[in-house]
Ligand binder design. Structure first.
Ligand code: ASP
Ligand code: MG
Length: 415
């Protein structure tokens, strides 16, 4: 029996016309003999509106545990609406369909409200319903805690709901319908010659997602990789039955022709924090970064260098612009305690990265990358690498130029 999971994001269910179109797509898939579970997001913009309501009702200083459980009750409601609406639209087309909310699936999550992690499913009759030919329309993004409270999975979390359902159902594929027709080598708005990839490995997609490509929630890719769920990203604007191959996110072994570099990503939401004259002795870095971690500041690149004499060093790290204000405040408040001379924060920086599993077995990627940037006169500020990616921090004004140059240098431009 072929079970398939389909997921539709916010723009795909943005109004009643779009929902009708989704119902046509789903109904066509059902007519092909597939047993379907369909995960939906809230209508585009709805979750932002609900977040605003929750903050408005709670007041500025109410956050944390005294706030987050009720925040989840409010913000999860957008998905309840779309799951009911799509079930109705499917019934209108003569199909057997019903909506499932997080608690009805028993999509059990941790109790970290606002960013809960899926623990697993309890037996809820979903499998029987799907195998019996009923289309299960599932509210994404939401779950239930052991305490029986509603939880949400973090922004963009309905992708993760979809992968979790696909894993639980042993689905053939988890088709993420969205407003783009696949995963591209880079942002086509910057590089018109960007190409849609037929396949991309989990590892590469994970890097792409966390480095700024906004197609899939990072957590959903992790989950797909752990459970070997084949994910496909495809267009929800296609007509039923129309050719719509999308991009498969799958294991590396499935990809025959491996490119050295498969993608170029960028993120302008970066800030660089420099601490000058940091005391050069054991325990100082630990103190700085534990403090930032405790405050929820997500630190990315870290460089400690330029030791000025034996006792002092400079330390550079990057984080999101939003986190940088908090980081700056915290560090300045504990200046004496940590032991540094001064601090500067620059927010006019961008991170540009090249990604490819081929890097594991090829040399010279860094040389090609730095040479391409040099030829455009772009100065590199900070560099960081992993097995399958190289990231550089540059002046934000050169972001587009850098992305274009790298896309060309690694032979990614469509002919
Ligand atoms: N509606 C939620 C959000 O906007 C979840 C999702 O769309 O994936 O973040
Ligand atoms: Mg999304």
């Amino acid at each position: 029996m072929q079970r398939t999971v389909l997921k539709f994001g916010g723009t795909s269910v943005g109004d009643l016309d779009r929902i009708a179109h989704v119902a046509d797509l789903v109904s066509w898939r059902a007519s092909q003999g597939e047993k379907l579970a369909v995960i939906v997001s809230a209508m585009a913009g709805e979750t932002n509106k609900l977040v605003g309501f929750a903050r408005g009702a709670a007041g500025d200083n109410l956050s944390g545990p005294s706030f987050d459980d009720e925040y989840d009750v409010v913000v999860s409601s957008g998905e309840q609406v779309t799951s009911g609406l799509l079930a109705l639209a499917l019934r209108k087309r003569g199909l057997k369909a019903r909506s499932w909310l997080g608690w009805q699936l028993a999509m059990k999550t941790s109790s970290a409200h606002g960013k809960a992690r899926i623990m697993g499913f309890e037996n809820s009759g979903l499998l029987d319903a799907v195998d019996g030919g009923e289309i299960a329309v599932i509210a994404g993004f939401q779950g239930v805690t052991d305490e029986g409270r509603v939880s949400t999975l973090g922004r963009g979390g309905s992708d993760t709901s979809a992968v979790a359902v696909a894993a639980a159902l042993g689905a053939e594929s988890c088709d993420i319908y969205t407003d783009v027709d696949g995963v591209y080598t880079t942002d086509p708005r910057i590089v018109p010659q960007a190409r849609r990839l037929d396949k991309i490995s989990y590892e590469e997609m994970l890097e792409m997602a966390s480095l700024g490509a906004k197609v899939l929630q990072t957590r959903s890719v992790e989950l797909a990789m752990n459970h070997q769920v084949r994910v496909r990203v495809l267009s929800s604007f296609a007509q039923p039955g129309e050719d719509n191959p999308g991009t498969y996110v799958c294991s590396e072994d499935e990809i025959v022709e491996k490119q050295i570099v498969n993608g170029v990503t960028y993120s302008r939401d970066e800030a660089k924090v420099t601490l000058y004259g940091v005391e050069d002795k054991p325990g100082v870095s630990a103190r700085i970064f534990s403090m930032l971690a405790d405050a929820g500041v997500n630190v990315d690149m870290i460089v400690q260098a330029n030791a000025r004499g034996p006792e002092r060093a400079n330390m550079v790290f990057t984080c999101t612009s939003a986190d940088s204000e908090n980081a700056e405040k915290l560090l300045l408040n504990s200046k004496a305690d940590i032991g540094f001379e001064s601090l500067s924060v620059s927010r006019d920086v961008a991170k540009v990265s090249v990604i490819g599993v081929g890097m594991k077995s090829h040399t010279g990627v860094a040389g090609t990358m730095f040479d391409a940037l040099y030829r455009k006169g772009i100065n590199i500020d900070v560099i960081s690498t992993s097995e399958i990616k190289i990231s550089v921090l540059i002046d934000a004004a050169y972001t587009e130029l850098a992305v274009r140059a790298l896309h060309t240098a690694f032979g990614l431009d469509a002919t």
